[in-house]
Design a protein. Sequence first.
Length: 241
Amino acid sequence: MPTLVLVDSDRFYEVLPETGHFVASEIPGARVIEHSSRGGSHFHWYGRGEAIVGEVRRFLTEIGDEEASFDRILATILFTDIVDSTKHAAELGGRRWRNVVLRHHATVRTLLARYRGIEIDTAGDGFFASFDGPARAVRCAMAITDAVRPFGIEVRTGLHTGEVERIGEKIGGLAVSIGARVAALAGPSEVLVSRTVRDLMVGSDLTFADRGSHELKGVPGAWGLYAARKEGESGRAADSS
């Protein structure tokens, strides 16, 4: 447990400062703070009450901040979205479109399980998932892209790796916002990743086509984005348009 040892630095009393330091040395990671009672009462609260309260307050605040950081983990965020879903729904009609969406959802969940992704949320026709590494996340996104084409639909996918904060069963934070913004910029059947993801995958058998630098709404700075593809692929259909 985090431990604070308060020591009276004056040497006028039977309990010398060395005693407090010895106690602290027997407690792994203990912090020692010395304060002088300036010749006043040997009893701490009479001689230096305000100083003690201040040190305890600082100590507890630091512990609280530190423990809050324990809920932050490094994750790769994946967002998917069906392209032109409203148009498809209008063309197919409610019942047929619902069947397509159900097949899409079942396929995405099957592939998330295969690549050990965790489904965080499903909103309409899109998925929000997390992975503990970028390689499986990118490969999962590529597999989803290929698997849903036979249904007559295409998906756009976006990925980013960064620190996220656990919020109950959900996750949040700037990394999640960046992942969503990257996905919004992806083209049909495109797996779009941030530069962070690309850099973490140096040496893999995937290639990354530069999609330029972009400003992401609500996110500071310019972000380099890249389209992931298997080695030897010529790129997304949009390249030729």
